[in-house]
Design a protein around this ligand. Sequence first.
Ligand SMILES: Cc1cc2nc3c(=O)[nH]c(=O)nc-3n(C[C@H](O)[C@H](O)[C@H](O)COP(=O)(O)O)c2cc1C
Length: 223
Amino acid sequence: MTHSLISPAIFYWGTPVVLVTTTNKDGTPNISPISSAWWLGNRCILGLAGNSQTTMNLLRTKQCVLNLPDHTMVSNVNALARTTGTEDVPESKINRGYRYEKDKFKIAALTPQSSIMVTPPRVRECPVQMEAELVEMHQLMKDGPSELKGALLAIEVKILQTHIIDVLRMNGHANRVDPDKWKPMIMSFQRLYGLRDGELANSTLAEIDEESYRLLSCPKEES
Ligand SMILES: Cc1cc2nc3c(=O)[nH]c(=O)nc-3n(C[C@H](O)[C@H](O)[C@H](O)COP(=O)(O)O)c2cc1C
């Protein structure tokens, strides 16, 4: 097996899509699709851009819901892609074709469902919903150029309670998910997959050129 060097602009090797709901200053809900998320114990680490509405809402209110879409929800995720709840759309997002959307539930044909322990609503159509609260925030790339400081954050949230649809439960167990039944949506290099062969459908996000993500500190490897 021969390996050769590449210098990827992104390292999105395949992680589950999460629809993070938060509460805006005016009390309305916001939804953001993300995929930089992993769990350990009852904690989840979220990788978020510092200038996202979700990040601002989460740091201000300390609450969110992590809603997991399954592999059938591609059209909902594509409808949310390249939108932001930030009225004054940051230049980096304008350059990638993002637009402001006030009512993301509506444009994505999703339904808000009241949470129990937190203010942000759950997404009714998502088979898994985790109510969570912020524990800690860590700035990435403190060692990098000054313009990148605060641009990307790793946010630790604590899962307060988890809701799942009954069909995902493992028979005979009160607190287990049956992995044979759970079909997460996986984002790999901006495209959307399920736990089967092939892309689910065209990904709106993948219309963005990967090179537009390249950081100044990561020069291209010449072929
Ligand atoms: C499938 C998918 C995965 C994404 N993953 C992330 C991610 O892990 N972290 C992030 O900050 N943005 C991610 N984005 C981009 C955000 O959705 C985007 O920044 C959006 O504008 C955030 O919305 P907000 O500004 O209303 O919070 C992803 C988008 C899509 C469609």
